[in-house]
Design a protein around this ligand. Sequence first.
Ligand code: PEP
Ligand code: MN
Length: 353
Amino acid sequence: MPAYDGITVIAGPCALETYEHTMEMAYKISLVRDAVRNFGIGFGYRGGAWKPRTRYHNHAGEREFEGVREQGLEWLEDVASAYGLPIVTELMSEDDLRHFGRHLEPERDYIQIGARNSQNYALLYAVGGTPFGVLLKSPQHGVDVKEAVGSLQRLGRNRQRVYCVRGQRRFIAPDGQGDAAFSAFLGQFMKGDGQHPDARNINNIGAIRVLREDGYFADNGIVLAYDPSHTFGGKNDEIRRMIGENAIRAVTGYGYGMLEIEVNDRSSHSKVDGDQALLTTVNGVDWPQTNAGQGPGVVPDAGKEPCPYPITLVDIAAALVDYRAAGMELKTDSPEVVSAKSRLGQISWDARP
Ligand code: PEP
Ligand code: MN
């Protein structure tokens, strides 16, 4: 993973919260992988053991949850050995590298460098001194090719480098008053194709074009990834649908080789990014355990009615099967395609290891 002519989907919860939940999600993601494995679609597991939060204290003055830390790496070690899923997980500090070396496999797994640390050169040099694969997020301010190359060049020894486009911040007015000063412009801009006015960030999916114009990426075998979850944020089903649509579009329309998507079947219990998580499947879903069922506002609909238009990991996998089948000159009713889709359709929300 990843094969250069294949597609890799990194899926899993934002933050790791409990052992049972970590393993449940890994099991279900492995079922999706098994269903589509003949189509050159690989899967990996994501989940933050360390979890950088924007706020340090919440409004009540309590510390925000910032991950289960080293214990999460122990759980991920079990995910990899039980389900054969390569791991992608964030490193925030050079001091924690020793734990990564103890629990993860450099030949198989990936260290993620988050948007906040995308240009933290000291951290990049430290990760660059290891043989782990590395997935580097684009910084919050957006994609700048020179900056991307500069950060990637510091990841010297890594056996593989992935550059992941993850949406960019909306503007902050020079007087620090949020983006009110730009609201007229933004109001129009955020109505454009592939944008949503209530999304957390601006969708910069098209940045792959300028990245590709620079020979550094092709010459060095850099894999280009897209993260729709942190591009859009969540908050309602309409935005969540755009997360799924753009995941598919990133591969089929833009040629990204990898997706990183937050998937969490119990998002109403999650402490971090529960709103933006996709479901594995709606087959047999217990809606109140999820944050799906939210209307176009930010308030959940009373009683959480089933979302009228979710796109799930299973739906994304089915769309990728169609895309790969076309490349393999297989008809959509060929036995291989029918069998993969039937296996996807049998995956149930309450499947247990
Ligand atoms: C994440 O992928 O868990 C994450 C925190 O993303 P980002 O660094 O892009 O905000
Ligand atoms: Mn997240």
